[in-house]
Design a protein around this ligand. Structure first.
Ligand SMILES: C[S@@+](CC[C@H](N)C(=O)[O-])C[C@H]1O[C@@H](n2cnc3c(N)ncnc32)[C@H](O)[C@@H]1O
Length: 270
């Protein structure tokens, strides 16, 4: 990309001066700013449209800011067994604070057991654009020993997820990333790409194709929302199914389709 005529670091600071965007990794903000700067807009317009994009891809899923300090305080008073009913009640409440995991709550007892039951090995999991989904681990059919790698654009979210992993002795690591620029390194038994493709494609039309083709994982669980955040569902299953088929056309992968209330999922085995 050509050098911007604006002071990029100062623009990043301005975007982050709003609480809503202050915890988003500068990597993402910088790349969105650069895109907006190339459209010949003035400074104010650049900040405004960058914030709008950040809202669409991230903040829209957090109607209220998630209070990680409160979640952490409660976490520290909990037992360290994930199966403990008090722990599960805490997790369910926390999952409700992010729209994407909240929508999955009614199907959580089925979602991972049904989609993952045929995978021969689940020792290494990658969860991209994870939101709070790593907290769903107790509902996943995982073996006694596994590694869990997660990434999203929020520094406070990934920081909290690392505290969550530590508290429950999970061999996990969460970090910030910008999936429109870099894909996580490493190889995995399973990559979770849950309700991520439509979100990333708002910024980069090729992002979904790259995730499906370039992540180094033996299996991918890919899902799409069957309803918008506003609750409308008209044609979404058909449209996303068509889009997924376009993205995978010509591949010899084994694909299994699952339709749940609120979420359409595909298990891809490479
Ligand atoms: C629809 S939510 C899905 C969350 C989670 N996968 C789930 O299904 O519960 C989309 C997530 O993508 C994240 N995200 C948006 N743009 C991203 C990017 N460029 N790189 C990584 N994560 C991104 C958002 O912060 C948000 O948590």
């Amino acid at each position: 990309m050509p050098e911007p005529e604006f002071d990029l670091d100062e623009f990043v600071r301005q975007v982050q001066s709003s609480d809503k965007y202050s915890h988003i990794t500068p990597e993402v903000i910088r790349s969105l700013l650069l895109k907006e700067m190339q459209k010949g807009k003035n400074g104010k317009e650049i900040i405004k449209s960058t914030r709008n994009k950040l809202h669409q891809i991230g903040s829209a899923y957090q109607e209220k800011p998630i209070c990680y300090n409160a979640l952490l305080e409660e976490l520290q008073s909990l037992p360290s067994e994930l199966e403990d009913p008090v722990v599960k009640a805490y997790i369910l409440k926390a999952l409700g604070s992010h729209a994407s995991t909240r929508e999955r709550l009614p199907i959580l007892p089925r979602f991972f057991t049904e989609t993952l039951q045929k995978i021969p090995s689940l020792h290494s999991i990658l969860d991209v654009a994870c939101g709070l989904n790593p907290m769903s681990i107790p509902w996943m059919p995982l073996p006694a020993r596994f590694t869990y790698t997660a990434c999203d654009i929020y520094e406070d979210m990934t920081g909290f997820l690392n505290d969550f992993f530590t508290h429950f002795n999970i061999d996990g690591k969460a970090q910030t990333c910008d999936l429109t620029q870099n894909l996580p390194a490493g190889s995995y038994d399973l990559a979770l790409i849950l309700k991520t493709i439509p979100c990333l494609e708002q910024v980069d039309k090729e992002a979904g194709y790259r995730l499906l083709n370039q992540l180094n994982a033996a299996a991918l669980l890919v899902s799409f929302p069957a309803k918008s955040l506003g609750g409308k569902s008209k044609g979404m299953v058909q449209n996303y199914e068509r889009h997924f088929l376009d993205l995978t056309v010509g591949q010899s992968w084994k694909i299994t389709r699952f339709e749940f209330p609120g979420e359409l999922a595909f298990l891809v085995q490479k």
